[in-house]
Design a protein around this ligand. Structure first.
Ligand code: MIC
Ligand code: SF4
Length: 642
C-alpha cells in the first residue's frame, strides 16, 4: 500500500480510531512544548492532575514571550516555569535562549516524532519531517501526563512545488501566495504535506517559514519530507545522528492537490490587518513606512539575518524609519555577531533586540499612530502591535529590508539583478548551556510561585438550563487576539485569570467585562472561523471566569473550539443565516434540558425569549467532547475518572 508521509507518522502513533478523514482519532504524543505565555497555566493544570513527573518522552518549557520586566510579574512567571520544569522533568530554555520554535528546530526537532505544543506556530518543526501540532495549554498538560491527543482526522493536502524561486523571491512568498488563494480559513481541518521537485531547492529554515505560516491558514499542521536538506541542516547542528530519511511513497494519495510554480512567484505583502490580504508588492509600493521589524519565529534564522546583514552593509536605514532586528535564538545572535553581520546592522542604524518574540506579540516597539509598519512576522491583526490603529504589513526579509532603506514600501527587485550572496556556514555555534536539564533530585525542588500566580479557576458541572443575555455579537474571522489581547500591558497577567479577565474584548468593546460581571455571565455570538490565530486558552478561560456559558457562531477555528470545550463553554453552531441575523446584543437566550440534549442529540432548540422566537443550533461533538462538557471541563473529567 502506498502512503503519504502524514499517514506513516499517524499510523505509528495511532492509539484510538481509524485514519479516515473526519473520524475521531487519538495519537500518542512523543514530546511537548510550552512557552511562558501559555505555559504557566498548563503547568498549574499539570500540577492539579497530581502526577509526580512528566510522562512524555521529552518535555520542554521556553521563556520567550513575556520578556519585558516592568514589574515582578513576568520574572515571577519565569521562576515558576524554571522550578516547575526542574521538579517535574522538563527541559527549561532560559530567557535569552531564543524563540521556542527556532530553538526547538535548531536543537531538538527530529523526523517521525509527534510534538504537541502550547503555541499555534508549533508546526514550524514540520520542516524536519515531523508532525508538530499547536494546541491549548490544557491539551498539552494532558499530553505531558502521558495521555493521547484527540482530534478529527484531517484531510491531507499535497502542496506540489515545481521549479525554483527567482532572485528576490523568498519562501515567505510561497505561503503568502497560498494565503492569497485559500484565505485564513482555507486550512481548517487540513494538513499540508509539501512535495514535488521544488522541495529540494528549499533549505530547512526556508521550509520552517512555510510550515510556520500554515497556522495562518488554520491548518492542523504542515510537513516536509526528511531528505538530504534535513541531513545537511542536522550536520551543521552537529546532530546527524538525529537524522533518518522519511518521505511519502511514490504515487501516494492525497485528499487534495494544490500546485505552486515557484518560478512564477513574485515578492508579495499581506496588507493590514489580516494575513490573507495578499497582493504583489508592486501594488503597495511607494507608501511611506515608519517602522520595519525583522524577526519572529517566522523569519529570524541565521540565513534570514545574514541576508539582512548583507543588504544593510555599507548602507543607512532611512531617517524616517525605525528598524528593529530580533534574532530568533542565542545561536543566531552569536553567529551574526561572530560573522560581522551584526556590525553591519548596527552601523546601518538598526535597533537590535534580544532573542525573543518581542514586537511580534506587542512586547514593546508599538509603531507610531496610524503608520505603516512592515514586519517579517506571521500575524498583522489590528492592534496586535500595541498601536490600536496600526497598519501592519507582512513581508519577506527582502521586502522589509529594502523598505527600511528606502523609507517606502519598496520592491527589492529594484535593488539589483540579484541579492548579495551570503557565504554558507560550515557549522553552527553549538552551546546548549541555556537549556537547563530537569533536577536529579526533584523531591528537593520547591516550585516558586510569586503573588501574581493565582489558582486555576474551575467551573462546576454543566447546568441543565441556561438563561443568559447576549453580551456581544461579532463578525467573521475574529481572532483570539480580539477576544483576549496580548501585548506589554496584558501579558503579565497570563497567570492571573481574575486580572486578565478585565481585558476580554478590550480592543473591540472595553465595556465587555463589566457587562458580563453585571449580568452574571452571558453568551457570545460570532461569525465564521471564530477564535482563529493564537492558541491562548485564556480566550476561553477568561470568558469562563466571567460566566460565559456558550458561544453561538457559524464555525470555529480548531484550537479555540477545543479550548472552549476544555473549559466547559458550549461551542454551538448556527447554520441558518436568518437565525444568525435574528440575534442581537442584549437578547435573552434560553436553552433548556441541555444535559439531555448533549447526551442524545446534537440539535438543540434555543429560544430568543424577548423575541418569542426559536432557532436551531448544533453541537457537532464526539462522545469524548460531550463527556468533557457534561463534567464542566477537561480537568473536572480527568479528576472524576481518577
Ligand atoms: C502568538 O503568536 O499569537 C502567540 C503569542 O505565540 C500565541 C501564544 C500565546 O498567545 O501565548 C500562539 O501563537 O499560540
Ligand atoms: Fe512568538 Fe510571534 Fe512566534 Fe508567536 S508568532 S511564537 S509571538 S514570535
Amino acid at each position: 500500500m502506498t502512503e503519504n508521509l502524514v499517514m506513516k507518522i499517524f499510523r505509528s502513533h495511532l492509539v484510538e480510531g481509524t485514519l479516515k478523514q473526519g473520524s475521531d482519532i487519538g495519537l500518542r504524543v512523543d514530546e511537548t512544548l510550552l512557552q511562558d505565555a501559555t505555559g504557566t497555566m498548563a503547568a498549574l493544570q499539570f500540577e492539579a492532575m497530581g502526577i509526580p513527573k512528566v510522562k512524555a518522552k521529552r518535555a520542554f518549557a521556553f521563556v520567550d514571550h513575556n520578556m519585558l520586566q516592568t514589574g515582578f510579574q513576568n520574572a515571577d512567571d519565569h521562576r515558576f516555569l524554571q522550578t516547575f520544569s526542574n521538579k517535574y522533568g522538563l527541559y527549561f530554555s532560559k530567557p535569552g535562549n531564543g524563540i521556542c520554535h527556532q530553538v526547538y528546530l535548531e536543537r531538538f526537532a527530529r523526523p517521525g516524532v509527534i510534538l504537541l505544543g502550547a503555541d499555534s506556530h508549533t508546526p514550524n518543526a514540520g520542516a524536519t519531517g515531523m508532525i508538530a501540532i499547536g494546541a491549548g495549554g490544557l491539551d498539552v498538560a494532558v499530553a505531558m501526563a502521558g495521555m493521547p491527543y484527540y482530534t478529527k482526522m484531517p484531510a491531507i493536502v499535497q502542496v506540489k512545488l515545481t521549479g525554483r524561486l527567482r532572485p528576490w523571491v523568498a519562501s515567505k512568498d510561497i505561503m503568502l501566495e497560498l494565503l492569497r488563494r485559500l484565505t485564513v480559513k482555507g486550512g481548517v481541518g487540513k494538513i499540508f504535506e509539501f512535495g514535488g521537485d521544488g522541495v529540494k531547492t528549499l533549505s530547512v529554515p526556508e521550509r520552517a517559514t512555510i510550515a510556520n505560516l500554515g497556522a495562518e491558514l488554520g491548518a492542523t499542521t504542515s510537513i516536509f519530507p526528511s531528505d538530504a536538506r534535513v541531513l545537511e541542516y542536522f550536520r551543521l547542528q552537529g546532530r546527524q545522528k538525529d537524522y533518518k530519511p522519511l518521505s511519502a511513497d511514490t504515487d501516494a494519495e492525497y485528499d487534495e492537490v494544490i500546485e505552486i510554480a515557484l518560478d512564477k512567484l513574485i515578492p508579495m505583502v499581506a496588507r493590514p490587518s489580516m494575513p490573507d490580504k495578499v497582493v504583489p508588492v508592486t501594488e503597495e509600493q511607494g507608501k511611506e513606512v515608519r517602522q520595519v521589524c525583522i524577526g519572529s519565529c517566522n523569519n529570524s534564522s541565521y540565513d534570514d539575518l545574514m541576508l539582512v546583514g548583507a543588504l544593510l552593509k555599507g548602507r543607512k536605514v532611512h531617517p524616517d524609519v525605525s528598524l528593529t532586528i530580533t534574532p530568533g535564538s542565542k545561536q543566531v545572535f552569536e553567529m551574526i555577531a561572530a560573522s560581522g553581520a551584526l556590525q553591519h546592522m548596527i552601523s546601518a542604524g538598526a535597533r537590535i533586540l534580544e532573542a525573543a518574540c518581542g514586537p511580534c506579540i506587542g512586547m514593546g516597539q508599538a509603531p507610531p499612530s496610524g503608520s505603516v509598519s512592515i514586519r517579517t512576522m506571521n500575524r498583522n491583526f489590528l492592534g496586535r502591535s500595541g498601536t490600536p490603529d496600526d497598519r501592519v504589513y507582512l513581508a519577506s526579509p527582502y521586502v522589509a529590508t529594502a523598505s527600511a532603506l528606502k523609507g517606502r514600501i519598496y520592491d527589492p527587485r529594484k535593488l539589483g539583478p540579484k541579492p548579495p550572496v551570503v557565504k554558507k556556514t560550515k557549522s553552527f555555534i553549538i552551546d546548549d548551556s541555556n537549556v537547563i536539564k530537569p533536577s536529579a533530585k526533584p523531591e528537593k525542588v520547591v516550585v516558586e510561585k510569586g503573588p501574581n500566580i493565582k489558582p486555576l479557576p474551575l467551573r462546576g458541572e454543566l447546568e441543565d438550563a441556561i438563561s443568559s443575555v447576549v453580551l456581544i455579537k461579532v463578525g467573521d474571522n475574529i481572532t483570539t487576539d480580539h477576544i483576549m489581547p496580548a501585548g506589554a500591558r496584558v501579558l503579565p497577567f497570563r497567570s492571573n485569570i481574575p486580572a486578565i479577565a478585565d481585558f476580554v474584548f478590550f480592543n473591540i468593546d472595553p465595556e465587555f467585562p463589566k457587562r458580563a460581571k453585571a449580568s452574571g455571565g452571558g453568551i457570545i455570538v460570532g461569525g465564521s472561523n471564530y477564535g482563529q490565530g493564537s492558541s491562548r486558552e485564556h480566550a476561553a478561560l477568561a470568558p469562563m471566569f466571567l460566566g460565559v456559558k456558550a458561544v453561538l457562531a457559524k464555525s470555529y477555528a480548531r484550537i479555540h473550539r477545543s479550548n472552549l470545550i476544555n473549559f466547559g463553554i458550549l461551542p454551538l453552531i448556527i447554520k441558518d443565516q436568518d437565525a444568525f441575523d435574528s440575534i442581537e446584543q442584549g437578547d435573552t437566550i434560553v436553552i433548556e434540558n441541555i444535559r439531555e440534549h448533549i447526551k442524545i442529540d446534537d440539535r438543540i432548540n434555543v429560544s430568543i425569549k424577548n423575541k418569542n422566537k426559536t432557532i436551531e443550533v448544533y453541537l457537532d461533538t464526539n462522545q469524548r467532547e460531550r463527556k468533557i462538557l457534561l463534567s464542566g471541563g477537561l480537568l473536572n473529567m480527568i479528576k472524576q475518572e481518577a
